[in-house]
Design a protein. Structure first.
Ligand code: SAM
Length: 228
């Protein structure tokens, strides 16, 4: 995460604290069972990955996985793919998968971008990008996840009426997201009044990062866009 021993370029996988024994066991034993297919091997067949699922959802940069695990427990008939390049986050999600017996999550351990490109058109009902790394310096803006490329891909991936949720506690990143959303004519921002984006909807739990931001006096914006 930005500011916490962050490695600026995302070309490899990242590690912070050493994993606990349980996490190491889950990385060795559970991850191979729940890993999403390698996007380098071609287009991903979501129906084959989640037999019997009635919807598919994607979370990008799931951090410790608490939001992903919450949504997956709430909608057992939905197939969830989570992407995260930080090994400690992946290991935390695996603990949640085991503790809660979640069978509808597949994990992409790495950069979300190749995964996004390997997913089929109009296949997803939701995409979540919660507190993406802010990359505050102008020369690093091109590294931001929210971008014209991202909105074009999100428009391709979401079925009509699908939703894109983005959270950020960084005012400049909120403005940046809204600026790109305005140009992305396939989306409409669902907020009617300030309280719609200042207050989290009931099914949008606070992530670990969000709790930390609030503790430091920063309030997030909860942005929801609908695919037209
Ligand atoms: C500020 S943290 C927020 C984590 C989590 N969403 C939360 O709200 O607690 C940003 C996360 O995005 C992940 N990330 C950064 N670049 C990414 C990428 N290209 N693909 C997937 N995840 C990425 C980071 O590893 C980190 O876990």
């Amino acid at each position: 995460m930005a500011g916490e021993g962050y490695i600026p370029k995302l070309y490899g996988r990242r590690q912070g604290k050493p994993l606990k024994p349980r996490q190491m066991r889950l990385m060795a034993e559970l991850l191979p069972k729940v890993a999403a297919p390698d996007p380098a091997e071609g287009a991903i067949d979501l129906r084959a990955l989640f037999p019997g699922a009635d919807a598919f959802e994607l979370e990008i940069g799931f951090g410790g996985g608490e939001h992903l695990a919450y949504q997956a427990a709430r909608r057992p008939k939905s197939g969830f793919i989570g992407a995260e390049p930080f090994i400690n986050g992946v290991a935390k999600l695996l603990v949640l998968i085991e503790e809660n017996g979640l069978e509808n999550i597949r994990v992409h351990f790495g950069d979300a971008r190749p995964l996004i490109e390997a997913l089929p058109d109009a296949a997803l009902s939701s995409i979540y990008v919660l507190h993406p790394d802010p990359w505050p310096k102008k020369r690093h803006f091109k590294r931001r996840m929210i971008s014209p490329w991202f909105f074009a891909e999100a428009a391709r991936l979401l079925a009509s009426g699908g939703r894109l949720r983005v959270a950020s506690d960084i005012p400049d990143y909120v403005r940046w997201t809204l600026m790109h959303a305005r140009k992305a004519t396939d989306f409409e921002w669902t907020a009617q009044r300030a309280s719609d984006w200042k207050t989290a909807p009931e099914d949008w739990p606070a992530t670990r990062y969000e709790k930390k931001a609030r503790g430091e006096g920063r309030s997030p914006a909860y942005l929801e866009f609908r695919r037209k």
